[in-house]
Every structure is written in C-alpha cells, then in structure tokens.
Design a protein around this ligand. Structure first.
Ligand code: NAD
Length: 280
C-alpha cells in the first residue's frame, strides 16, 4: 500500500508564511483584500466560496463577494471589473468560472489588471509561467501541485511525468511548470489514443481530467507517484480521477478529498499577498 500525501500539512506550512506577511501589511495600515465575482448560485461555486472564506479568515485576508445575475451582459460585467481594477482596497480579483455563456471569458480574463489577477488567468501571467518569471501571479491549482511535490521532497528533475488533462486553468500551465522543473512531460487529453500506454512508463502520473476513476491499477507502474487533481461526484460521493484500486500498487498518492483541493485555496491566499506586494 502506498503512502498518502495529504494537503493539510502543505497548506499549514504555506499559511504560516502568509499570516506573517499579512501581519506586516496590517502594521503599515494595508489590509489585503480579495474580491470574488460570482454569477448565479451554482453549487460547486458555493462550495469553492465556502473554502475560500475559511482559508482567507485563517490567513487574515478580507473577502468581498460580489453576486451578479446569471444573465448579466458583457458590458455590465466589464464595468464591474473596471471598478475593481480602480479600487485601491481590492488587491485580488477572482471570477468564478465557467462564466455564463453570453460572456467572453478570454476578454474578461485580459481585462483584469495583471497585478490583481490572483487566479493567474490573463495572458500576461500565463506568459510568465512559460518563462518561469516569478514576478507573475501563477494559476493556483498547478502551483498547488508543484508545492505539494516540493513539500514531500519529490523532485521532478529527470522524471517522466504523464499528465492527463490539458485545460488552460490546470493541465497546460502545470505542464510548463513541470518542464521548467526539469521533468519530461507527456500530456494526454480527450483525443489521446491510449492513456494506459502513456502512463505505464511514468514515474509520476498527474490526473486532472474530471473523469471519475479514469486511471486504473493496470495503467501505472509499481511504486509510482500519483497526484489526483480531479474532483468528481459519483452517487453523491466525492472521488478523483484515479481509481482507488491504484493505491495498493503506488508509492505515494494524494487522496480525494484531502489532497490537492485545500492547497489550491491556500495558494489563492498567497497570490492575494503577492498581489498586495506588487501594488505597494
Ligand atoms: P476541463 O474540463 O477544463 O479540462 C479537462 C481536460 O481533461 C481537457 O483537456 C480534456 O481533454 C481532458 N479530459 C477530460 N476527460 C478525459 C478523458 N476521459 N480522458 C483523457 N482526457 C480527458 O477541466 P479542469 O478545469 O482542467 O479541471 C479538471 C479536473 O480538476 C476537474 O475534476 C476539476 O473539478 C478539478 N479541479 C480541481 C481543482 C483543485 O483544486 N483540486 C481545481 C481546479 C479543477
């Protein structure tokens, strides 16, 4: 049976440093603040919001939630972002995605001032991932995976990593971060012919597809490292993209829940503090 890499210890070690920085800001009368924009009342948005409120409270970061109607127009949404860009008390802006379909997500991502883009979703910050420019605000979930590996002493240098999922928020930036760290990365997605074959030689398998229990025990090699980013609900129960049957064969595994998820909101808090530094 492999060993579990839980997210709690990783989050706590990062939060300690965040709290110190927030205290220093407060001594200078600067109060780090995150503003979240949410359209409608989607269940997964509300769950994410709950996690954000809890983490920000722990870190001493203020949060404001701006609620918008699901039928908001592009102009109205853009005006909200422009107001937040100009608001000196808001250091970080987070928009819940996916946005309602009448809105142009890429245009909105690029409207956010790069120094307030705590989700790392505009092209300037994504470009900084390519060049490994640490002045950027990096997307939270990919950064969470990198910090998890780092915390557990796993170097990606020279390792074969198979990554399942190539989205802009998770898979693609994570692939670049892994390459920057010296890994050889194979990226799989929905059109990949044989995921099993791609996983079999991997030292590290990272699943971020949103496909319940996609990775089976016969896909992985013995003692490999498995990182499960997936969050799925099957018959009301949360599960990841990695079948629990893999746990027996793997060396190290992240559980779902209790793995990467909690680290993501901690990285969001860290990005708010970094944004605050960039603006002061
Ligand atoms: P997405 O739908 O935007 O992208 C999914 C990617 O996986 C795509 O590249 C798609 O081609 C690929 N994919 C989907 N099904 C596949 C399959 N059967 N075989 C191979 N490839 C497949 O999703 P996303 O926003 O990148 O999120 C991916 C998963 O990670 C979801 O379960 C999501 O809930 C979870 N997530 C977790 C966190 C966290 O903090 N742990 C944060 C963000 C997303």
């Amino acid at each position: 049976m492999g060993k579990f890499m839980t997210g709690k210890a990783v989050s706590e070690s990062i939060q300690k440093q965040i709290i110190e920085k927030v205290t220093q800001f407060k001594q200078k009368n600067i109060f780090p603040k995150l503003t979240v924009v949410r359209c409608g009342n989607d269940g997964s948005d509300l769950a994410y919001e709950k996690g954000i409120l809890k983490t920000m409270e722990t870190c001493g970061i203020q949060v404001e939630i701006i609620k918008k109607e699901i039928n908001i127009s592009q102009t109205q949404f853009e005006n909200t972002i422009k107001t937040l860009n100009a608001d000196k008390n808001t250091h970080g802006i987070l928009i819940f995605k996916p946005l309602p379909e009448q809105l142009c997500e890429s245009k909105i991502n690029n409207l956010i001032t790069p120094e307030k883009d705590v989700d790392g979703s505009n092209t300037l910050n994504l470009g900084k991932v390519i060049t490994d420019d640490q002045s950027g605000l990096f997307p939270c979930t990919p950064e969470a995976v990198m910090r998890l590996l780092n915390y557990y002493g796993i170097s990606s240098r020279g390792k074969n990593v198979t990554l399942i999922g190539a989205s802009i928020v998770v898979g693609k930036p994570l692939a670049l971060m892994l390459i920057n760290a010296g890994a050889t990365v194979t990226i799989c997605h929905k059109k990949t012919k044989d995921i099993k074959e791609m996983c079999q030689e991997a030292d590290i398998v990272i699943a971020a597809a949103g496909a319940p229990r996609l990775i089976k025990a016969n896909f992985i090699k013995k003692d490999s490292i498995l990182v499960d980013v997936g969050i799925n609900f099957v018959e009301g129960k949360m599960c990841g993209d990695i079948d629990e049957a893999c746990y027996e064969k793997a060396g190290l595994i992240t559980p779902v829940p209790g793995g990467v998820g909690g680290i993501t909101t901690t990285i969001l808090a860290e990005n708010v503090v970094k944004a605050c530094m960039l603006q002061n």
